[in-house]
Design a protein around this ligand. Structure first.
Ligand code: G7M
Length: 325
């Protein structure tokens, strides 16, 4: 039933004319991580034409690969790049920022893996994800042998950083032995936007495979130095970053097994790699090891695993077999 005529209110839609008539006053929030801008200004009322205070949120849209005609548009995307500025490269990985049209701010960040292997293709393919509870026994019987079977070529890019072959001009700090570690921008960072700052602290000791290898008696001084020295160096380099504005965390499972710590600006909320279960605060790991030097080899760990991950089949089968006993 249609509403009575005198109660009918024109739907409030914004027209192109009104949008173009927006008078900008100031930026309320600029969040590069979510690619969102909140602007304050005025827009003319559609009936009276009078300028009214308005808050406008501008959010970059996701690539729509399902809409009709969009597949063709995606196919042509790389061909439409007007300008490209390399940000770095290491082994088979390259990253850059690019402009779809030269006359506007860089609008995409590009990361390339070339030549990509089947492992890369399956890692980056959409897949179902499940939660796994990894006991210390499962770590010893399945996870550790898997890590030991990974070819050394998969961590070539890490050795390139540590030996100075790649990314040498990006390295922010190298700590001398015996507490050796190197701090370098993660390839996810554009190396300029502080609110999306993203660094990696890579341990020099390749025998620390992941957080499972950490022992209080051996590694507490290293972890504490990574935490404190990196904060000091980053704050010296970027004085606008305050104490308590850097988040230090460690992934389990990581994507490569050479111990490293992620460091991000606290306002950076955009990364899936910060999900509960995968990300462990460095401070919590230090506390756990102080309580019990073997805590990280004794605790069961729960995390999400994609079905394409090499550990999914052996771990899920072992868990299913144990629960049917
Ligand atoms: O999940 P995991 O803790 O293993 O994270 C690995 C991190 O290493 C990710 O945040 C990647 O963006 C980063 N990364 C990967 N590669 C191949 C490179 C690289 O070649 N250089 C730098 N600087 N970071 C990388």
């Amino acid at each position: 039933m249609s509403p009575p005529v005198d109660l009918y209110v024109e739907p409030n839609v914004i027209s192109l004319t009104q949008a173009r008539a927006f008078v900008f006053e100031r930026i309320l929030t600029d969040d590069p991580a979510t690619r969102t801008l909140f602007l304050l200004g005025t827009i003319p009322n559609s009936k009276t034409g009078e300028q009214e205070t308005a808050i406008v949120k501008l959010e970059k849209a996701a690539f729509d690969t399902h809409a009709e005609g969009e597949r063709e548009a995606v196919q042509g995307l790389m061909g439409r790049i007007g300008k490209l500025e390399s940000l770095g490269g290491n082994d088979i990985y390259y990253w850059a920022k690019a402009w779809m049209k030269e006359d506007r701010p860089a609008d995409i960040k590009i990361s390339v893996i070339q030549p990509a292997t089947e492992v890369h293709i399956s890692k980056h393919s959409k897949q179902a994800v499940h939660l796994i509870r990894e006991t210390p026994e499962l770590y010893q019987s399945i996870v550790l042998p898997y890590i030991q079977s990974i070819p050394a070529s998969r961590t070539q890019w890490v050795r390139n950083i540590l030996s100075g072959v790649s990314e040498a001009d990006s390295v922010i700090y190298t700590s001398p032995s015996p507490l050796g570690f190197t701090v370098v921008p993660d390839l996810k960072w554009d190396k300029s936007t502080l609110s999306t700052l993203y660094l990696s602290i890579i341990a020099h000791d390749a025998s620390i495979l992941s957080l499972r290898s950490l022992r209080g008696d051996l590694h507490l001084p290293l972890l504490i130095e990574m935490r404190n020295k990196t904060e000091e160096v980053v704050r010296e380099l970027y004085p606008s970053i305050e104490k308590g504005q850097l988040r230090f965390f460690v992934h389990y499972q990581p994507s490569y097994y050479h111990f490293h710590v992620h460091v991000v600006h606290v306002s950076y909320q955009g990364s899936l790699g910060m999900s509960v279960g995968q990300a462990h605060l460095l401070d919590d790991l230090i506390d756990l090891l102080q309580l019990n030097p073997s805590a990280l080899s004794l605790l069961p760990l729960t995390y999400a695993l994609g079905e394409n991950h090499a550990l999914w089949k052996p771990l899920s089968s072992a868990i299913a077999a144990a629960s049917s006993l």
